[in-house]
Write a protein that binds this ligand. Structure first.
Ligand code: HEC
Length: 127
């Protein structure tokens, strides 16, 4: 009888010890903070998906009076123009340390890069 009780406890313990909420994804996916997540179906737009990224990572230099004031990135028209005429997409997709990488300090998160690339793919819409 004692053996049966011990067995029962062991079996119960074996079944309850693994929490099934810890999937591979929970462990592997790094937390993405402050990134507007572009919907794969809905078109990305400047105001929804791009402006906050540019504001956080680029306009410290890319505005009048700063080191890259010749190429301001503070409005929709300016950022669109930089994509079309100044190689913005190429610059942000270079590797950290490569000549011309933007931001100069190093590549942004892949989520940020993807959001801007998708904005271009979706037609560079403002809203
Ligand atoms: C620390 C300051 C700094 C930051 C931050 C920065 N840039 Fe720049 N950027 C520069 C400077 C200085 C140049 C001019 C030198 C060069 O072309 O590399 C430049 C050049 C560029 C150019 C080429 C402009 C042209 O007309 O030839 C693009 C496009 C650009 N940056 C995009 C960006 C984007 C997008 C971000 C943010 C993701 C960013 N930069 C962040 C300083 C910065």
């Amino acid at each position: 009888m004692k053996k049966l009780i011990i067995m029962t406890i062991l079996v119960a313990a074996a079944f309850t010890s693994c929490s099934d909420s810890d999937t591979y994804q929970d462990i592997e996916t790094p937390p993405v903070t402050g990134t507007p997540d572009p919907d794969p179906v809905v078109a990305a737009t400047y105001s929804k998906n791009v402006k906050s990224i540019i504001d956080a990572n680029c306009i410290g230099c890319h505005q009048t009076g700063r080191s890259a004031g010749f190429r301001p990135l503070t409005t929709y028209a300016e950022v669109k123009n930089a994509v079309e005429n100044a190689g913005l997409l190429n610059r942000i997709q270079l590797q950290t340390g490569q000549q011309g990488i933007m931001p100069q300090a190093g590549r942004m998160s892949q989520a940020n890069i993807d959001a801007i690339v998708k904005w271009n793919t979706d037609g560079l819409k403002e809203n």
